[in-house]
Design a protein around this ligand. Structure first.
Ligand code: G3P
Length: 217
């Protein structure tokens, strides 16, 4: 499974990138707001830091304007994936931009039929939002499983990018189902390393080691 980091915080990206954990980055207008940075400037910085796809989202709602914004975003760097919403206009923009050779991430996907349309429109990535479905008492993971089945049935090459991930269990379940990518907030990604038995075991080892009176260095 590939890990994308779901943030526009360049310090957080740099820290995880140094560990080799970052296969790509996703941003959206809310994350740009949170970062408090100019979209073109921060996206360029992220693209220079990370070799993999960096999603940058259009904000127009009409296809022609989305395409114009997408072209401008795509010019930032070769590793830009233009992010468009899953609307008819977004699907039109997806088709045009992918035909032009850009990577396109179709976002705000909440149903398997929407994911089917995105694949037909040539999307590079489909972003089903797990957490937001769970928030309204639906099953985000069931959506990931349905999309996996449908894409495998017809050999669609669109990658399933599990998004709106809120917990380590979301990552685990998406990996079990076979999502191609999980885009994970830095805080959740770090939590994947936590286990109380690891902490407890380390405490015991260190206290026993102190009793030996030895040093390695
Ligand atoms: O990748 C989409 C993601 O940023 C949405 O997450 O937590 O705002 O639903 P959330």
């Amino acid at each position: 499974m590939k890990f994308f980091v779901d943030t526009a915080d360049t310090d957080a990206i740099a820290e995880l990138n140094d560990l080799g954990m970052v296969d790509g980055v996703t941003t959206n207008p809310s994350l740009i707001l949170k970062a408090g940075r100019d979209i073109l400037e921060v996206t360029k910085e992220i693209c220079e830091m990370v070799a993999g796809p960096v999603s940058a989202e259009v904000v127009a709602t009409e296809a022609d304007a989305m395409i114009a914004e997408g072209r401008k975003l795509a010019r930032i760097a070769p590793n830009i994936a233009v992010k468009v919403p899953l609307t008819w206009d977004g699907l039109k923009a997806c088709k045009t931009l992918t035909d032009e050779g850009s990577m396109v991430n179709v976002t705000l996907c909440f149903s398997a039929n929407q994911a089917l349309l995105a694949a037909k429109a040539g999307a590079t990535f489909i972003s089903p939002f797990i957490g937001r479905l769970d928030d309204i008492n639906l099953d985000g993971m069931e959506l990931i499983a349905d999309i996996r089945t449908i894409y495998d049935n017809y050999d669609f090459q669109t990658e399933i990018l599990a998004a709106s991930i809120r917990s380590p269990n979301h990552v685990l379940d998406a990996a079990r189902i076979g999502a191609d990518v999980a885009t994970v907030p830095p805080g959740v990604l770090k939590k994947l390393a936590d286990h109380p038995l690891t902490e407890k075991g380390l405490e015991t080892f260190l206290s026993d080691w102190a009793k030996t009176g030895q040093k390695i260095l």
